[in-house]
Design a protein around this ligand. Structure first.
Ligand code: PLP
Length: 257
């Protein structure tokens, strides 16, 4: 049986984020990667300039024929852009055993909307109840939980709120949270709250960080790791790779994958 991982994501033609970087991560970790496109972007290392949705039904149809044929162990979602894309993913995944990682991509660092406002409600109502691992950064956790996060206590409250939507494991990424020379990610798993600490790498403006971590988690799930081990191993992979980022263009740093 092959270890197949699937990404359901937007295209970043510059290869630093989205479906393109997810597939590179799958390859690097050693799983067979598949990719369902949700939308196109016009972007380079300086930012996202335009987004284009696919028409209704395109995501559902792509998913249906894949599941008809392949035994997909784990999947992740990234940029979804349209509310109807969430409906279509839900329709396919609601009765599947495939593990699902959701990176709740809302807005690009350059300020472009990557999920329309109506989509946020649907994420909570439809996608979260079938999500195994949710990986928000602090800003996404604020928007999705409706809480302002200033302290570690707020992070705990936000994590509990996100879990209450039906997500099995929530990983709130601490990269944007002031915690001195370390970064703490907060894992909410069953009844426990597990912080994992790493030295902070002081490189600003790295493109595709959320995509790389969530696709690495997905790859390790596809290899058969349990939830916690997949998250910890993916975080270690990320820590290694973020020390090797390069400037390929004139804007942000890219993972050298
Ligand atoms: N483009 C695509 C297709 C993405 O999925 C994302 C983030 O997930 C971005 C752009 C924005 O990436 P960043 O905010 O790291 O620049």
């Amino acid at each position: 049986m092959e270890n197949i991982a699937l990404t359901i994501a937007g295209s970043d033609p510059s290869g630093g984020a989205g479906l393109q970087v997810d597939l590179k991560v799958f390859k690097e970790i050693g799983v067979f990667g598949m990719g369902v496109l949700t939308s196109l972007t016009v972007q380079n290392s300086k930012g996202v300039y335009q987004t284009y949705p696919l028409e209704k039904g395109a995501v559902f149809n792509q998913l249906q024929v894949l599941f008809d044929d392949f035994d997909i162990k784990a999947a992740k979602t990234g940029m979804l852009l349209k509310e109807y894309v969430i409906e279509e993913i839900y329709e396919v995944f609601k009765d599947k055993y495939t593990m699902l990682v959701v990176d709740p991509v809302l807005v690009s660092s350059s300020g472009k909307v990557l999920l329309e406002k109506q989509g946020i409600k649907l994420l909570k109502e439809k996608l979260f109840p079938i999500t195994d691992i949710l990986t928000p950064n602090i800003y996404e956790a604020e928007i999705l939980s409706g809480l302002k996060i200033y302290t570690e206590k707020d992070i705990k409250k936000a994590g509990e709120i996100l879990k209450s939507f039906g997500v099995k494991v929530v990983v709130i990424k601490g990269g944007h949270f002031k915690s001195g020379n370390k970064v703490i990610d907060y894992i909410f798993f069953d009844k426990s709250f597990i912080p994992i600490e790493y030295p902070r790498i002081n490189i600003n403006d790295v493109h595709g960080t959320g995509c790389v971590l969530s696709s690495a988690i997905t790859a390790y799930l596809a290899l058969g790791y349990d939830f916690l081990k997949a998250i910890e191993t993916a975080r270690a992979f990320f820590q290694h790779k973020i020390q090797l980022v390069k400037m390929f263009g004139k804007g942000s740093f890219y993972f050298s994958l």
